[in-house]
Design a binder for this molecule. Sequence first.
Ligand code: CAA
Length: 239
Amino acid sequence: KLSTTASRNNAVKYLTVIGGGLMGSGIAQVAAQTGHQVILVDQSEDILSKSRANIQKSLQRVIKKKFAEDPKGGEAFLSDTMDRITTQTDAAASVHTIFTSNTSSIPIGDIAVSTQRQDRFGGLHFFNPVPMMKLLEDTPGFIVNRLLVPYMVEAVRLVERGDASTKDVDTAMKLGAGYPMGPFELCDYVGLDTMKFILDGWSKNYPDNPLFQPSELLNKLVSEGKLGAKTGEGFYKYE
Ligand code: CAA
């Protein structure tokens, strides 16, 4: 019922998501859950089958909550949602297609200039985990990351200076500020490569801002392939 009502109200009915990683899978999932027909694109069938498996796993968590008393409804919701997602390894866009980017740090205008459709190009910034986070930023300036990334990097600098351990900082922010995750848990969840990518871009564009200066510790972990939960190690180790 939820998806039928949503699909009736959709102005946009078809969506192609380029990239089946953490964010792309989440975006494809919530779009399909709300009645959109989705094509998910990535470079290989192998990546795409992992994306489908991750979407299915995440949908199971949604179903556990939403269909606790209605297992049959849950099964239908799962198959209806998965049926709305097809995958392919190449992407084509017709002239009327609206492009949006999920970039979290690159100014949208900088990306749009390389296209012929600046009037049909925008930013839609989702948050990780997409199925749970209710905010979608489409305002210029990226409010959340502008505040969140310097906060996370300041936490890294605090540990680099030897002021506290990662565990101390995380515990302090969870107990003292009520955050669901401490900054190091969040860094590992977001991905240290993503953090570095954002910071490198900002420090290049705004070299005088001390908040955007690179962090040696972050760079070291990234160069060692310790990118966070997805590689089994970042600031913490994962099973
Ligand atoms: N799909 C579906 N459901 C999910 C899910 C997923 N991927 N991840 C978590 N959930 C659900 C769980 O099933 C669980 O449901 P119930 O309450 O019904 O049991 C609920 O969310 C809570 O999950 P957990 O009990 O496992 O753990 P939690 O209470 O710590 O919540 C969290 C997990 C929602 C991720 C929470 O820790 C949180 O909000 N963390 C902060 C996330 C955040 O700050 N995101 C922004 C990152 S920055 C970014 O994205 C921008 C960028 O560009 C860098």
